[in-house]
Design a protein around this ligand. Sequence first.
Ligand code: COA
Length: 388
Amino acid sequence: MSERIGIIGVGQTSFHRIRLAKSLREMCFDAYSEALDDSNLAPEDIDGLIVCYTEEYDKQRGPWSPIAEYLGLTPKPVVGVSNYCASSTMGVRVGWAMIKSGLHDVVAVIGYQKMTELSGAEVQEKMIRGGDLMWETPFGIGMPHVYACFANRHMHEFGTTEEQLAMVRVKNSEYGSLNEKAAFREKVTVEKVMKSPVIAWPLKLLDCTANADGASCVILAKEEIAKKVSDTPIWIKGIGSSSETNSMGARESFVTTGSWRAAEQAYKMAGVSPKDIDVAEVHDCFTIAEIMAYEDLGFCKKGEGGKFIEEGESYIGGKIPVNVDGGLLCKGHPVGATGGSQIRTITLQLRGEGYKIHPKCEVEGAEIGLVHNVGGTGHVSNVIILGR
Ligand SMILES: CC(C)(COP(=O)(O)OP(=O)(O)OC[C@H]1O[C@@H](n2cnc3c(N)ncnc32)[C@H](O)[C@@H]1OP(=O)(O)O)[C@@H](O)C(=O)NCCC(=O)NCCS
């Protein structure tokens, strides 16, 4: 049994909203080639492929098969993993277990999504069918509406303000404007966020992430190989996963996505606590989601997320820099690819290569990083702690 599992290669395409810029296979090939080059491995060294995605946004059924063929990886084992917006961190969890079991030595985890073939309304219609199709979805409860409920409850219980929500976008846009792989590069002000059209009060357009196309790739290897091919393998120190009720009506609380359970597992396995985290990527599909993530991950107490952003604690130079690549809000959110993109960012930061995103995005001396990726409205939560 391998002791530690290392990340030895990462790659990501630009996330974009340009229809048919690249086919699904070409996008995956681009992310895979970048990760393979990064890993110093030859294609024949990859002994398993995991393809992560969410169904129905493009027409390909069983996408793992054409992707494996296009990457030249047949006849090696290939697995499809679909887990809402947390698909590619779940793929990393599956790959981790495949290597840990001794069945595989090196596994490539590709995440992709091609969403521009559909309108925003068509995407939402498919997305919300992941909720309770019998009792809730028919009433038009979409993603922005549920997160708006979270925001309303947070404002009611803790006095969180619309301006504090907007401050999350302002921070992420400061870094996103520097990230050439981000779909939205405009640096915005609180005033601009507040004046953008209301989507589901209190969330405005700029409080929301946007659908996009893109692919990411993470190459995992057992310890012996990771040490041989890389001077800077990044180790998976802790990996946690949890689920919440499908129906929103059955939730115990509307001020959490339930990610704290996954976080507890990951901290325990890694033997670290929130104060040890030097840099984090959290699932900011809406501004309120980032505020709840600060709290669920223990960066601050429940109810103090608004204050945490207002006091600049999640900027570089603050207590824990968060989403200093622009986050989902600015990069865009090609759902199956997002977790892999978050892992790429943290891997680069821990290697001392944050400058590859942009020199002003680098968190100098970072040794322990955290990735938080949520599927649906908390239906799935994955937390992964990485370290040098
Ligand atoms: C917010 C949302 C409803 C807007 O959808 P829409 O009204 O169909 O908007 P469109 O995609 O047609 O874009 C309209 C304009 O707003 C811009 N826009 C959309 N989302 C944006 C964002 N997050 N940031 C900045 N600009 C954005 C578009 O670029 C476009 O600008 P243009 O007219 O100058 O080209 C949609 O982006 C959405 O559903 N987001 C959430 C996705 C989601 O739930 N993901 C899963 C979360 S876990």
